[in-house]
Structure formats: structure tokens, C-alpha cells
Design a protein around this ligand. Structure first.
Ligand SMILES: Cc1cc2nc3c(=O)[nH]c(=O)nc-3n(C[C@H](O)[C@H](O)[C@H](O)COP(=O)(O)O)c2cc1C
Length: 226
């Protein structure tokens, strides 16, 4: 890893969702520095309403076993609803395109249900990452504002990982098992699970890292007024 500082533009371009990792952990002093940077994220009235549980080692294996069992049994316990079908166009189309390009990179054919379930299962195995961060927020009203603050925090965390040559992947799938995560990590009931982020050293030889997601043009997402 280079000690030279990357420019903002380089860091933004370097960040992507990695879905395969090497087993070696990030040294704890480096991880603490990454977390100090993430803590600079803005929030409503500087409330900083996030609580990050970072899991590694035996606890990570325990969590993975429990979530794999929940996934296989269909034992879901979401704190927040998530309905991909509810997205209107053109956002729904973007989601379909993401799934298509990801499965294509992995060489999984349409209708290949066994491979597709293996791909989903890789989420609860944290894609082989040595660390997972579970992002909780306190219960505050309808939680929209707090979730927004936590999203800002997560993005600075992801960029901070990228700046150091590491990578992560935010995973809504991990929030499907909120009760199990809370029980295993001993998290109070009044903290809700937004999502998890598996992170570490990306395994650049894995086929899932052979592609990058596209973006719509700014003409589609920005409206100018003057
Ligand atoms: C809140 C959130 C939840 C996500 N959940 C998952 C997930 O459960 N599994 C997964 O493989 N990727 C997940 N992703 C990653 C997205 O698919 C990814 O960010 C998107 O396709 C853009 O690709 P990029 O991050 O490589 O630029 C999630 C991203 C976000 C921001």
C-alpha cells in the first residue's frame, strides 16, 4: 500500500463494492485511523446517531453460521422494510441492470437457481472478509433523518477504506436478520440495524471484481434552476 496521499478524485473513483476478500485483517492502528476519518461525517445538529459494531475472528464465524442458518430457514427479522418492487421507474430499471451485470460477471445464467442461492449466501459469509461492520441507529421518530446521517457516515467510512487501498461492500441483506445480529452482538433492542459492511483487502483475482457498475448521466438526476 502506497504511503502517498491520493487526491479526492482518485479516492472517489477507487471506491467500489468489493464482493471477494483476502483473509488477512486490516492492522488495528490503520482501522482506528479509518474510523477516525469516518467520524468526520456530517449529521443533523451534529447528533452523530450511529453505532458501529465491528466483528472479526471467532465472533465473525459465529455470526456467519447463525445468519447462514437463518437464510436457509427463511428466518427473517428486518427492522426496516425493503421492497425492490416498490421502486418506480427509472430506479427499478437500474436495480435490474445491477443484478444482470453482477450475475453476468460471475457467469451465473438466468434461472440457475442453485448458483443464484450460492451468490446470495456469499453475503452472509461476508464474501470472505475478515471484518464486518454492523451499522445500528437509535429509534427516533420515523428514523428517516437518522438513517440519512448514518448513510453519510457509511460513505465516509467506505471512502476512507478506499483511500488506504482497502474495500468494503454495504449489505442490506445483513439487515434481514436484525434480531439474530442483535442477540449475538448483545445490542440493545432500541437500536435498529440499517445494514452491514463487509470489508478488508479485496481479492482482485475473483470474477466478481472484474466489472464496475455504471451510473446514469447527471442530466437524469440533476434539475437546474436559475
Ligand atoms: C444501502 C446499500 C445496501 C446494499 N446492499 C447490498 C447487498 O445486500 N449485497 C450486495 O452485494 N451489494 C449491496 N450493495 C452494493 C450495491 O449493489 C452497489 O453499491 C451498487 O451496485 C453500485 O456499485 P458500486 O458500489 O460498486 O459503485 C448495497 C449498497 C448500498 C448503498
Amino acid at each position: 500500500m502506497s504511503s502517498q496521499e491520493l487526491t479526492f478524485s482518485q479516492v472517489v473513483k477507487k471506491r467500489y463494492s468489493a464482493r471477494a476478500f483476502l483473509p488477512s485483517p486490516i492492522p488495528s492502528d490503520v482501522l482506528k485511523d479509518i474510523l477516525l476519518k469516518a467520524q468526520c461525517a456530517p449529521s443533523n445538529c451534529n447528533t452523530q446517531p450511529w453505532s458501529l459494531h465491528i466483528v472479526a475472528g471467532d465472533k465473525l464465524r459465529e455470526l456467519s453460521h447463525a445468519l447462514t442458518a437463518d437464510l436457509k430457514a427463511g428466518n427473517y427479522s428486518l427492522d426496516f422494510t425493503f421492497d425492490k418492487e416498490a421502486y418506480p421507474e427509472p430506479f427499478r430499471q437500474s436495480a435490474l441492470e445491477q443484478v444482470r451485470s453482477y450475475y453476468q460477471a460471475l457467469g451465473v445464467a438466468r434461472g440457475d437457481n442453485l448458483s443464484r442461492s450460492e451468490v446470495v449466501e456469499r453475503n452472509v459469509k461476508f464474501f470472505g472478509a475478515p471484518h464486518v461492520a454492523l451499522l445500528f441507529i437509535p429509534v427516533v421518530g420515523d428514523n428517516v433523518r437518522v438513517a440519512l446521517d448514518a448513510g453519510m457516515y457509511a460513505q465516509v467510512f467506505l471512502l476512507s477504506l478506499a483511500a488506504r487501498g482497502y474495500a468494503g461492500v454495504p449489505q442490506a441483506v445483513l439487515s434481514y436478520f436484525a434480531q439474530t445480529v442483535r442477540r449475538i452482538l448483545n445490542v440493545p433492542e432500541d437500536f435498529r440495524l440499517l445494514y452491514g459492511i463487509s470489508f478488508g483487502i479485496p481479492d482482485k483475482t475473483h470474477p466478481s471484481l472484474s466489472y464496475r457498475e455504471g451510473r446514469v448521466s447527471i442530466d437524469e438526476s440533476v434539475v437546474w434552476h436559475q
